[in-house]
Write a protein of this length. Structure first.
Length: 275
């Protein structure tokens, strides 16, 4: 695990600290978190908690794919599914809308690390990776928007239209497979050459590239494991890789900065307390 050189404590103690940070038990909590961060305990615990949550989320989604989601063949089954689960689907769409804010922040943070480490002419590899990542986010947002519109239309249009919009939305998502490949290539190559991310995260990125690429098969059929509506290959693959990867990547980005931030804040609080 990489370590950071922290600023001198004497310098930190002279910096003004908001009185809000001195409200009990905030100083004690920051002190505990700082000690945990310096020993690596906070990092390990964060990876364990958020990683475990991501695994549970994946398990839940795969269960939904197998037990509830219809394939793309039956018009009635698809319309009934959307009609019977409107509230749940609207909640999911609301959360998905907020998720895009997080995706944009993560994408920008990754780009800010890869760009200065990129030694290719004109930083072209990092630019290609950023374009790939942004294209995927935009296309995915478009897909989610159409799906949300279909939920609103289910009681106002025919089942055939609902069926068509559902299939168009999920089947066209096969493009999400190849769209993200350039990002992962640039991520892994730049990271390995410039020692940007740990090797285990590079391997995780390679695994995610393969599993997300399985979405490409979604244009082939309306039924079976390759269908994009509930297939364990074309829909399950882009779930078991990207979901935990994005969560773990976000945790890693936070943990690159949090230990130093906790050390600074703890030094300010303890310094002020002893004066």
């Amino acid at each position: 695990m990489s370590t950071r050189t922290l600023e001198p404590v004497s310098h930190l103690q002279d910096q003004p600290t908001s009185s809000l940070w001195r409200i009990p038990p905030i100083p004690a909590i920051i002190g505990i978190l700082d000690r945990w961060a310096q020993t690596g305990r906070l990092q390990r615990l964060s990876y364990l908690v958020f990683g475990g949550t991501a695994v549970l989320a994946v398990a839940g989604l795969l269960t939904l794919y197998v037990t509830i989601l219809p394939d793309g063949e039956s018009t009635t089954a698809i319309a009934d599914f959307i009609r019977d689960h409107q509230l749940l689907l609207k909640v999911a769409m609301g959360l998905a809308g907020l998720m895009f804010l997080a995706l944009l922040v993560i994408s920008g943070a990754v780009a800010s690390l890869l760009y200065p480490a990129d030694k290719s002419p004109g930083h072209r590899m990092s630019w290609i990776g950023f374009a790939s990542d942004l294209a995927l986010i935009i296309f995915f947002a478009f897909e989610v928007g159409i799906f949300a519109a279909n939920i609103l239309l289910v009681d106002h249009v025919s089942d055939e239209i609902v069926h068509a919009l559902h299939v168009v939305t999920l089947a066209s998502a096969y493009l999400l497979g190849p769209l993200w490949i350039p990002f992962f290539i640039s991520f892994i190559v730049i990271s390995k050459r410039g020692n940007v991310f740990p090797s285990w995260l590079n391997w995780f990125a390679a695994y995610t590239c393969v599993t997300n690429g399985l979405a490409w098969f979604g244009f082939l059929t309306l039924t079976g494991p390759l269908n994009a509506m509930n297939g364990l290959v074309s829909l399950g693959g882009p779930t078991i890789g990207p979901v935990p990867f994005i969560v773990i990547l976000a945790v890693h980005l936070v943990m690159r900065e949090l230990p130093a931030g906790l050390a600074r804040r703890n030094a300010q609080l303890t310094g002020g307390a002893t004066q």
